[in-house]
Every structure is written in structure tokens, then in C-alpha cells.
Ligand binder design. Structure first.
Ligand SMILES: [Zn+2]
Length: 134
């Protein structure tokens, strides 16, 4: 971690770093816009899959630690809705969950369930920042 003043100073001395920061800002803005549209238009189970896939990308692991309460807050839905859809995903063999631990057990099946927003944002990130930055 570095201080904001150090990052600002480094960015002003490096066109490459400044460019990357601008591209990252664009990607974050695009993700926020897509996320808002997704939450308004797509089913909760698709949102849950999108969120789990994004967390999987960031964590670099199929094993995640999220409570239903936390996921409900992130998705802006009732906890009971997360519990219902997590149960559906578990019964389909797509995830396993227990006491705040979620394991994605069938990535291909989850890809069929997630809405197109996940792939759209991921492609945008890759285009702006490169494949290793998703
Ligand atoms: Zn969506």
C-alpha cells in the first residue's frame, strides 16, 4: 500500500502509470454502470452468480467466504432471497455453502446461469487493462 501523495507524484512522473490509472478509472465506472443496470434488469440468481464470479476472479479461488447477509447487502435484496437462490444453486450442484463458506463446484453450469453483464464487464476490463488485471 502506498500513500495517495506518493501515488499522485509517481503518476505525474510516469505517462504509463497515469494512463493505466485513467484506464482503471474507466473500467470501474463501466462496472458501476453495468452493475446498476444489471440489478434493475436481471434475476437475483443471475446477480448472485455474477457477484460470485467477480469475487472468484479477484480472489483467484473457487472458495469464498461470504455470509448470506453480506451477499444480500451487496445485491440489495433480502437475505431470504439469497438463501433461497443459494439453495437452488447448491441443489443444482453449482455451489456448496456452509456457514459463510461458498465453494463454486461447477464453473460451466454457473456460466450458463450468470447474466451477460459479467462477461461484458470482464471483457471491458481486459480490453482496458490487460487479461491479468481482471
Ligand atoms: Zn446482469
Amino acid at each position: 500500500m502506498c500513500k495517495v501523495s506518493e501515488l499522485k507524484s509517481a503518476a505525474l512522473q510516469s505517462q504509463s502509470l497515469l494512463s493505466k490509472l485513467f484506464r482503471h478509472e474507466q473500467a470501474v465506472y463501466a462496472q458501476a454502470s453495468q452493475s446498476a443496470a444489471c440489478m434493475a434488469a436481471h434475476h437475483v440468481v443471475a446477480l448472485l452468480c455474477r457477484w460470485l464470479f467477480r469475487a472468484r476472479d479477484l480472489a483467484g479461488s473457487d472458495n469464498l467466504q461470504f455470509t448470506h447477509k453480506f451477499l444480500a447487502e451487496m445485491l440489495r435484496v433480502k437475505r431470504t432471497s439469497v438463501t433461497l437462490h443459494a439453495r437452488t444453486l447448491q441443489q443444482a450442484g453449482i455451489i456448496k455453502y456452509s456457514r459463510g463458506r461458498i465453494q463454486i463446484t461447477d464453473v460451466e453450469a454457473m456460466q450458463e446461469t450468470v447474466c451477460e453483464c459479467y462477461g461484458s464487464v470482464k471483457s471491458y476490463y481486459q480490453a482496458l487493462l490487460g487479461p491479468q488485471q481482471v
